[in-house]
Design a protein around this ligand. Structure first.
Ligand SMILES: [Zn+2]
Length: 296
């Protein structure tokens, strides 16, 4: 049997409202529990998408048909008016996720802001935005979220240090191939940094139209899942929960016949205290705009 950690990023109001309930159903059919990482503050993702109107992004729009992938309402959201608070509008969906036995983590207060401005965040700003998201999610589910996953795989040394002040049992901030204890470049921290469980597999928008088409997508991705390695897959409520939910349901079904099972990331944490140290650097990833953080 091959175990895969399943990380579900929820970035938008529409993803929370529409994508998450759809994913609940798909996962329940296969008796799968996963880790849901929620964005609970304003949905300004439309602003983010328009700001990215650069040649590489335009190519990606054409390649992945972003308008149909995200929906025009998401592309426009936050462009002309402040985005609605996701946690306020979708508290019931988030509570249902918790009640269904999935692991609940924090993704962001404001996904768009983190994704575009993390490089410029001061430690104080980092503390404010993480605390805002942490408190809001805690209020919704009635207990503290146990884990954190950085929007768009963007994290900095200051970000790692501020996250260590919050009682998460692990974080999932970068791409990589093994579970490790991150170290900042200066190796100076007040609290030990949280254990990192990196995403190991590519996302839908990174490989569709490149290495594979929607016909071959599931087989291509399943072939990348192997025994004797860490397997962590990140999906998005906006994509696998809405735009290609049938494809994803078929993916899970095929995985079962290959003896592949899916788990919340937290259940991949090793029992032994010995976790090797590692560092994180910025890389660019084919099919993805700008930088992402990766295990060195
Ligand atoms: Zn995200």
């Amino acid at each position: 049997m091959i175990e895969v950690g399943l990380r579900i990023d929820v970035d938008t109001l529409r993803g929370t409202r529409q994508g998450v309930p759809e994913l609940h159903e798909i996962l329940a059919r296969e008796s799968i529990k996963a880790s849901f990482f929620f964005s609970v503050g304003p949905d300004n993702m439309g602003r983010h998408l328009w700001r990215l109107l650069k040649p590489t992004f335009l190519l990606k729009m054409l390649r992945t048909q972003a308008a149909s992938l995200y929906g025009w309402d998401i592309l426009l959201r936050g462009t002309f008016w402040p985005g609605p608070l996701i946690g306020k509008h979708c508290a019931a969906v988030i509570r249902e996720t918790e009640a269904a036995g999935h692991e609940i983590g924090l993704h962001a207060w404001d996904h768009q802001q983190w994704q575009n401005r993390i490089d410029k965040f001061t430690p104080d700003t980092l503390d404010i935005v993480i605390k805002r998201g942490y408190d809001a999610l805690k209020e919704i589910i009635g207990k503290p979220p146990t884990c954190f996953a950085a929007p768009a795989w963007r994290i900095t040394d200051d970000g790692l240090k501020i996250l260590s002040r919050f009682p998460f049992s692990y974080v999932s901030n970068c791409r990589g191939n093994s579970i490790f204890r991150p170290q900042t470049a200066d190796k100076i921290t007040d609290d030990p940094l949280h254990i990192e469980i990196p995403t190991t597999l590519p996302t839908y928008d990174e490989i569709i139209g490149q290495q594979c088409d929607s016909e071959s997508y599931n087989n291509y991705l399943l072939d990348l899942i192997k025994p004797d390695q860490l397997n962590v897959l990140t999906i998005h409520a906006e994509v696998e929960g809405i735009f290609c939910h049938e494809l994803f349901a078929d993916f899970l079904h095929q995985a079962r016949s290959r003896d592949i099972t899916f788990k919340p990331l937290g259940s991949l944490l090793p029992k032994a205290a010995e976790i090797p140290p590692g560092s994180i650097r910025k890389i660019t990833q084919p099919g993805r705009e700008g930088w992402i953080a990766a295990q060195q």
